[in-house]
Ligand binder design. Structure first.
Ligand code: HEC
Ligand code: HEC
Length: 244
């Protein structure tokens, strides 16, 4: 990945700053990108949202048949990851409905229909605070996620915390290091030219530090998501986000 990440690994002898108040990644990106995210008619995820609405009511046993309007799921996206015979995130819940209730084969991870529906469902929760649920399995996962977050990994030997807690707001090559708040997922990332899930974003950071890239829906990615959701708990969400 980018050489800037390597240079940071070298520069880490400089003492770290104390983490400041919580700020969403959308509030630290450029004004042009903030405007893009705030304007539904310009939003780069609008095609995906249109696809999501189409899929919502397609077929005999559609999402609409059981759930009615997408707006009935307002609030749902703020309550993930959840535990239901295993840890699931929002795309995972939609896969469950696809397999369990529609009796259709699961979509591939990060496939267009899955992300489109995730964006449509997540959008219904705009403005609501993140409120991840608790419970024995989720508590264990969140504490494992916190350990992963604090542990140095990869060829660059960096922890998530070294960038996102200690160096948030600093520049890494061309990019600003955000606080890694998870309030806007899924996001349309300009670098991807596509919508992507939080798991994709996390895999990008793993690749950045040249660590092993955990599988989709792996225990590690679910644990990190459980921790990150608690770390961002209470922050109002504005999905789908836009990111550089
Ligand atoms: C070398 C510094 C660095 C490390 C280490 C790192 N990241 Fe990141 N992360 C970034 C940068 C920079 C971005 C912004 C996107 C970009 O330009 O790549 C980012 C973006 C993110 C975002 C998206 C935030 C938003 O506002 O959308 C999340 C979440 C995140 N990282 C989580 C993690 C986790 C979890 C780890 C540990 C597994 C990690 N990162 C490790 C630098 C880092
Ligand atoms: C046959 C009825 C049925 C269909 C069709 C269906 N669902 Fe569901 N859905 C449910 C039930 C029942 C639940 C509660 C969890 C469970 O029992 O699986 C649920 C839960 C959910 C949740 C979680 C709500 C929350 O509060 O956390 C989401 C999101 C969701 N469905 C989305 C969808 C989408 C998107 C589709 C279409 C791809 C869909 N569902 C199709 C019955 C259905």
């Amino acid at each position: 990945m980018k050489t800037a990440w390597l240079l940071l690994a070298v520069a880490l002898t400089v003492p770290a700053a104390e983490p400041g108040p919580r700020r969403s990644g959308r509030d630290t990106m450029s004004p042009a990108l903030q405007a893009l995210q705030a304007d539904d008619s310009q939003h780069p995820a609008q095609l995906a949202l249109a696809l999501g609405r189409e899929l919502w009511s397609a077929g005999a046993r559609s999402c609409a048949n059981c759930h009615g309007e997408p707006a009935t799921l307002r609030g749902a996206a703020t309550r993930y990851p959840a535990f239901d015979a295993g840890l699931i995130d929002l795309p995972g819940r939609i896969q469950r409905c696809r397999v369990r209730h529609q009796q259709q084969p699961a979509w591939a991870p990060e496939s267009e229909p899955l992300l489109a529906l995730a964006a449509l469902v997540a959008r219904q929760s705009r403005g609501l605070p993140l409120a991840p649920p608790h419970g024995p399995e989720l508590d264990t996962a969140a504490s494992q996620g916190r350990t992963l977050y604090m542990t140095r990994i990869g060829a660059l030997n960096l922890s998530c915390a070294q960038c996102h807690d200690e160096r948030a707001g600093q520049r890494l090559g061309g990019s600003l290091i955000p606080q890694a708040q998870v309030d806007d997922y899924p996001v349309y990332r300009l670098e991807w030219q596509a919508l992507g899930s939080l798991q994709r974003r996390l895999r990008g950071c793993l690749s950045g530090v040249r660590a092993r890239i955990w599988d989709w829906d792996s225990d590690e990615l679910m644990a990190l998501q459980a921790y990150l959701a608690r770390r961002s708990a209470g922050m109002p969400v504005q999905p789908p986000g836009v990111r550089p």
